[in-house]
Design a binder for this molecule. Structure first.
Ligand code: PTT
Ligand code: SF4
Length: 604
């Protein structure tokens, strides 16, 4: 298979070792790239290790479409064993670093070991250096980006952590270009544990492709098709925030720590409110539908907003002003904290305070209180000490009934969709391969517009189909899925792009098999690394089952546990996993994962 540089760059920070390794043909064919490569490397190399120890590894992985002249192809997967969940963790980030890594001749960068002192990695084509980062340590991601650009030139790609990652806050992520963010399940903390402040990449070579002429032609046609789409102009105006109003109308908005699904001040936060405050927009490389909407926050600084950020730092905290939400969002970007988990953690503390489970007082909508807690989280002091490991651990510390309203699955905080009346989306959160993230199966819009309240077989099938496409195909090619999802760019383009990039024609069946293989391997990883694995780990938070919505036209709605359980069993059946959600021998064999069988059988 062509279309890959065929190389892994491996850097060991303990001994300074640098190796360039071939990627086997079998690996390329079976796992394609991005998440596929990352899952395989973690399975093979990261076993029974503490996520924040020297033995863990962090993987920066591109796919065969990354960086090619195709719509929205400037993306990369960052993966590791997660310090937040203890299982497989990854995130997808749009960054110049993805293009440069490919131009420098590598598909994957693996960083292992631990540097004795703060350092950063600088890659310039063949040349790889580990450089002292004493001057950068303690600085925000924005300052680090500026300093690294001043040192290495404006055209580089930068991936950097902030003080949150340095201090190993478990939901610290990685920031690029002052607003692109990736690695929700604590990938920033893993970098911090290695004393690795940043990765800087500059590549000057050509990205390999099977048929360059065809790719250029298709890319041009693709960009034109996107621009001509009916929804394009509206998307350019509102980006991901266009979904805010819809969520509110359909009781899907995370409100007051996911107690409710609609917010009385939603009009002050939605896409139209954004349009009034918008001063600029930016986005990932190679994209002509850039969705990073920039506003001035109440402190007069620029900040880049997406739906998830606003949902979790707005209604979920009872915050009624977009410019105030902007302040919290900017702090998260500067410190390198995931906004979704941050919003969930702040909401958890507000509820704990309201219920008298903690001594400190922090009220819904209290901007100054939130700012103080963010500082405390980064420094792991006061309330930060309770919450820096996420809501799962915090609920163990706080006690009472808080376990029921600690909004997470497998330790990863739920992203911004309330599911009291969305069983399909609840299943999507329950079975996502990294914990409660929406990226693998955003089934909610289909669900609400079809048979919303059912727990039907069709819904389970839809979740699996979306996981195959979004979680399997898009995460391994690796490109942005939003052209397809948001402006209806034809999904039929992608097998053609892949064929021109790699020379290999892949049927729909082969593409679905690819997704299933990656899913089975990631699930096997969870089972191997979590001795106490049970099907309970695939269940959404208790709140959605036990506390009905108390307001709005869906008042009284909640999930039904027995019917959710039936859905989960159906899901396992489709996937070829047993009643505990563990892949069956014949499933693994059928997907070419025979080597996994022996290891899993030791875990019963
Ligand atoms: C993603 C998660 C999301 S998903 C959002 S907003 W979204 C949050 N953004 C954050 C942020 O900003 N700052 C911050 N400090 N933390 C943040 N955490 C949250 O992280 C992102 C876009 C978006 S915006 C989405 S849906 C799509 N996600 C894609 C994906 O997962 N795969 C893929 N092939 N294409 C995607 N396209 C879209 O990318 P995580 P980005 Mg992201 C300010 O990282 O860990 O996956 O979590 O990468 O470059 O910022 O683009 O309404
Ligand atoms: Fe990045 Fe948005 Fe473009 Fe996707 S649509 S590549 S997230 S700017």
């Amino acid at each position: 298979m062509e279309g890959h540089a065929g190389k892994i760059l491996r850097i060991n920070l303990s001994d300074g070792g640098i190796a360039k390794e071939e990627i086997s043909e079998e690996m390329r064919t079976k796992f394609l790239g991005g998440r596929g490569f990352a899952a395989k490397i973690l399975w093979d190399e990261v076993r029974d290790v503490e996520p924040l120890s020297e033995e863990n590894k962090i993987i920066f992985s591109t796919g065969p479409l990354t960086g090619l002249p195709l719509p929205s192809s400037g993306k990369m997967v960052i993966a590791s064993k997660s310090p937040l969940t203890g299982g497989y963790g990854d995130g997808n980030i749009g960054t110049m670093a993805a293009l440069h890594l490919r131009r420098a001749g590598y598909d994957v960068l693996i960083v292992e070991g631990k540097s004795e002192a703060p350092c950063y990695i600088a890659i310039q084509d063949e040349e790889v250096r580990i450089i002292d980062a004493g001057d950068l340590w303690g600085r925000t991601t924005f300052e680090s980006q500026d300093r690294l650009e001043a040192e290495h030139g404006k055209s580089i790609g930068v991936l950097t952590i902030g003080p949150a990652g340095e201090n190993m806050v478990r939901f610290a992520n990685i920031i690029s270009q002052r607003g692109r963010a990736g690695g929700r399940p604590g990938m920033g903390a893993v970098m911090g544990s290695k004393n690795l402040k940043a990765v800087v990449v500059k590549g000057t070579g050509k990205i390999p492709a099977f048929d360059e002429q065809k790719l250029r032609e298709m890319g041009k046609a693709g960009y034109e098709e996107i621009k001509g789409k009916e929804n394009y102009d509206f998307w350019i105006r509102q980006g991901t925030l266009m979904v805010f109003e819809w969520c509110n109308e359909n009781s899907c908005l995370p409100t007051y720590n996911f107690r409710e699904g609609a917010f009385q001040f939603s009009k002050q936060l939605d896409g139209y409110a954004l349009e009034k405050l918008k001063v600029d927009r930016k986005g990932c490389p190679l994209c002509n539908m850039q969705c990073g909407n920039i506003i001035k926050d109440v402190e007069g600084e620029n900040t880049e907003l997406d739906y998830e950020n606003v949902g979790m730092l707005g209604p979920n905290l009872g915050m009624d002003d977009l410019a105030k939400v902007g302040v919290l969002n900017r702090m998260a970007d500067e410190y390198g904290l995931d906004t979704i988990s941050l919003g969930s953690c702040l909401g958890f503390l507000m509820e704990a305070s309201e219920k008298g489970l903690i001594d400190a007082r922090i009220k819904w909508g209290d901007l100054e209180g939130c700012k103080k807690v963010i500082e405390d989280i980064v420094k792991k002091r006061d309330l930060g000490e309770i919450i820096f490991e996420g809501v799962r651990k915090a609920s163990e510390r706080v006690g009472g009934e808080s376990r029921s309203w600690a909004m997470h699955v497998k330790g990863l905080e739920v992203s911004a969709y309330n599911c009291h009346a969305c069983p399909g989306m609840a299943l999507s959160f329950g079975t996502s391969p990294i914990g409660a993230h929406h990226k693998d199966a955003w089934v909610i819009s289909w669900e609400v517009s079809t048979d919303r309240f059912s727990y039907s077989k069709e819904k389970v099938e839809k979740v699996v189909e979306l996981q195959r496409l979004r979680g399997g195909l898009f995460e391994s090619m690796t490109t942005c899925r939003l052209p397809w999802i948001e402006v209806d760019f034809g999904i039929h383009w992608y097998p053609k792009f892949l064929q021109a990039a790699t020379g290999k024609e892949m049927s729909q069946e082969e593409l679905f098999d690819l997704g299933d293989r990656i899913y089975a391997l990631i699930r096997s990883y969870w089972v191997r690394e979590n001795r106490g694995w049970t099907r309970e780990m695939d269940c959404p938070p208790v709140r959605w089952f036990e506390e009905p919505l108390s307001q709005g036209n869906l008042k009284g709605q909640r999930l039904d546990r027995a019917r959710y359980d039936e859905m989960l069993s159906r899901y396992y059946e489709i996937r070829g996993w047993d009643e505990n959600g563990i892949p069956l021998k014949q499933t693994l064999d059928g997907l070419g994962l025979g080597d996994v069988v022996g290891v899993l059988s030791k875990h019963g």
